[in-house]
Design a protein around this ligand. Sequence first.
Ligand code: CMC
Length: 362
Amino acid sequence: MKNGLEDVIAAETQLSDVDGERGRLVIRGVSLDDLVGAQTYESVAALLLDGLLDRRVDGDSLQALLGQARTAVFAHVAAADRSVLALPPVDAMRALIARLPDGEDFDTALRLMAAPAVFLPAILRLQAGTAPVEPDASLTQAADMLRMLTGRLPSAEQTAALDAYLVTISDHGLNASTFASRVIASTGAGLTSSVLAAISALKGPLHGGAPGPVLDMFDAIGSQANARPWLGAALDRGERLMGFGHRIYRVRDPRADALKGALRPLVQTGQVDSARIALAEAVEQAALTILKERKPDRPLDVNVEFYTALLLDTLGFPRDAFTGVFAIGRTVGWIAHAREQALNGRLIRPRSVYVGPLPRAA
Ligand code: CMC
């Protein structure tokens, strides 16, 4: 048995390929480098879903339909009562999504892509004691999310940065949450069930729960000079450095550079705290050096979560909401994989090896 199913092939997919040796991510035949900045979230979503649902759309029509779907799901925000709002944002968002009908058609998929983008900003505002902002169907998903979060129209650079983030994280091979989505789809349950299972897998700190702790690490380190001593002490305590290491990548995670690039226009226009960026770069360099010294046999490089933390912080998302924003971007990937599994796959039902006592001994 392979612990953690490492290197086990559990699905055939046309959706994305993660090349861990070369540090390359391909989404439906296009390299991530050629998508980020060139394609909108909506056009990449249309590319991922192409041929998997009962309706085909291009990026422009998906943008319009998503806008309408955001407006339609806004009514569910009223269900965010005190018990829902007492939950961490990603759990509150999951609770509202659980109210949506299940299904396998285009409309269900559309609702599932729109809903978290509306629910998360609304939950954050309600938790902060302010009224939710209604969606504007004429905007892109990225622009509207920021507007619903802050109550103001975002700058072009802010919208482009969030759009680049949503594209960057739209799909990523058979990661834990995507596998969860496919397992659920293989039983014939609907897309809402797949997305709920995927969010539940995503929220763990070894998967999509890392960027909040990355920011905690920046705060704890505080100054460039303190980076190496702080990181060394964390490793001495047996802790893992958040934002580093990956099951598949043996080199730098290409998504980290895509996000670093997405931050650049914000830096150039003075919309980012440059001291924060300098601290992050110092932490990255110190961590890479110290990980090489401490774990010479295991290549450990920066992963997507490191620059996710900086980018989402810069855009005004609170750190406890980062996993929820990750879920908003990844939902289209979960849906595409669920549909691919439902259309081409069989029931996923592996076996376990029994290592407990036999009846006589028990
Ligand atoms: N800091 C320090 N040591 C590490 C780290 C790290 N971030 N990551 C792995 N190692 C060490 C680990 O302790 C182990 O050492 P040893 O063999 O001496 O015990 C060795 O490297 C191999 O670790 P592993 O547990 O086999 O690695 P894995 O493939 O199971 O884990 C990982 C991958 C992402 C869970 C892990 O690198 C980690 O915990 N990173 C920190 C959390 C993090 O940044 N998570 C976000 C992942 S990227 C988002 C996504 O794509 O889902």
